[in-house]
Design a protein around this ligand. Structure first.
Ligand code: PLP
Length: 414
């Protein structure tokens, strides 16, 4: 029976050599297809291989200010106060909760999966009351239900609505502009907070136009940097809320970092090497052109979905989101047919074929594997990964429809 034999875990040769953007093995590159961190381009790695400088000196201050200004362009915001932290995305979540609220205040979290639940857990850790807008597993956040839940809050006890733009655990985009429209339609004054950690610089985001009061972003996905840097971007309404907020805070306290609406310092040593890398990552995005970057992500996503649809037609794995219009452009979560283990496919893909995939998180563990297609990625990398995943499916004895790779090629050619 295919796939019945033992999997040989032979990871010893996947060793990272210095200054290489991908993991080199004696038989070629490892294809790193995680939905974050993502492939770090050689140019970014090289830019970071520099000595430290005085982080209060003019050279670093100019670099920091320029990078924060350029990030505003990616967020499509004229005036937001962007603050960077030496912290992974969880740090930016914590900054959002610590700066904006007081203990006992109520927030409404739109459930979208693992990452929405963890943002909610951060709010609970600060003593906030968390109300959940429930969403069924493979569905998009229901903005009409959001409007109804806000309309019931006649006393305006809800201080903020929290929404994850791209839920990385399910590979689903959620409707930001539409959520803002219903908040306005019911005349609710809640702040609107959006997590863009796995959409930023991968697809269109319009902070000002969509009326987002606070954005949370991270470095290790579309921005192609190592993990360990994250951001918030606040508009004037969010900055005003921060003045009144009583949550305890120090490392993430905007009052310690922001002067005249701009980040003027860090609490502690500035993470200058991230800025060396960020400057070059922004150069790369601007050289390609943001709209072209978005179009590339869309094409790679469409090709991935075309491939998975062909697998599904043979009773095989399928695209996890049910509503195709909301399937993510930065990753595809792939749902296994019943009785087949996604982690076995992942193990085979990595150990035999050198393709590293994301796992299913908590309730989706074993049911889903995730193909990251964001950041520094091109057509041959994607096609190679998809073909190797097909081999892994075959080795694991998972049924699947034929023609996936041809379907991906056809989508790319179109
Ligand atoms: N939000 C989203 C949408 C994410 O994908 C992640 C991480 O993958 C996080 C938040 C948490 O970020 P980090 O793991 O960098 O702390």
């Amino acid at each position: 029976m295919p796939g019945a034999g033992p999997i040989r875990y032979d990871l010893g040769h996947f060793r990272r050599r210095p200054m290489e953007a991908m993991v080199s093995t004696p038989r070629g590159w490892q294809f790193f297809m995680h939905p974050g961190p993502t492939n770090i381009p050689q140019r970014v790695l090289q830019a970071m291989a520099r000595p430290a400088v005085d982080f209060t000196g003019a050279e670093f201050v100019a670099l920091r200010d320029a990078c924060l200004r350029r990030l505003r362009r990616i967020l499509k915001s004229e005036a937001a106060t962007v603050v960077a932290y030496a912290a992974s995305g969880n740090g930016a979540w914590e900054a959002s909760i610590a700066n904006l609220f007081s203990p006992g205040e109520r927030v409404l979290v739109c459930e979208s999966g693992y990452f929405s639940r963890n943002w909610a857990a951060t709010a609970e850790a600060f003593g906030l009351q968390v109300e959940i807008l429930p969403t069924s597993e493979r569905a998009v956040v229901d903005v009409q239900a959001l409007g109804a839940q806000l309309a019931r809050d006649a006393g305006h006890a809800i201080k903020a609505v929290l929404l994850v733009h791209n839920e990385t655990s399910t590979g689903m985009r959620h409707p930001v502009a539409e959520a803002r429209a219903v908040i306005d339609a019911v005349g609710h004054p809640a702040l609107f907070l959006v997590d863009t950690i796995s959409s930023l610089a991968s697809y269109d985001f319009r902070m000002d136009e969509w009326g987002v009061d606070l954005v949370v972003g991270g470095a290790q996905k579309g921005l192609m940097l190592p993990p360990g840097m994250s951001f918030t971007a606040a508009n004037t309404k969010a900055l005003a809320a921060a003045q009144a907020a009583r949550n305890p805070r120090r490392y993430f306290d905007w009052r310690n970092m922001v002067k005249d609406g701009r980040q003027a310092s860090f609490v502690g040593t500035a993470p200058m090497h991230f800025f060396y890398g960020l400057e070059v990552a922004l150069d790369m995005l601007e050289e390609e052109g943001l709209e072209n970057v978005f179009a590339r992500h869309r094409r790679l996503a469409q090709a991935t979905r075309a491939c998975v649809d062909a697998w599904a037609a043979g009773g095989g794995p399928q695209v996890f989101p049910l509503e195709r219009a909301y399937a993510s452009d930065s990753l595809t979560a792939v749902l296994m047919p019943p009785g087949h283990d996604a982690d076995r496919v992942r193990s085979i893909a990595e150990a035999r074929y050198g393709v590293a995939l994301g796992r299913g998180l908590t309730t989706l563990q074993g049911r889903v594997f995730r193909i990251g297609h964001m950041g520094a990625l091109n057509e041959p990398m994607l096609l190679g990964a998809l073909a190797a995943i097909e081999l892994a499916l075959r080795d694991a004895g998972v049924p699947f429809g034929r023609g996936g790779i041809e379907a991906a090629q056809a989508a790319l050619a179109a």
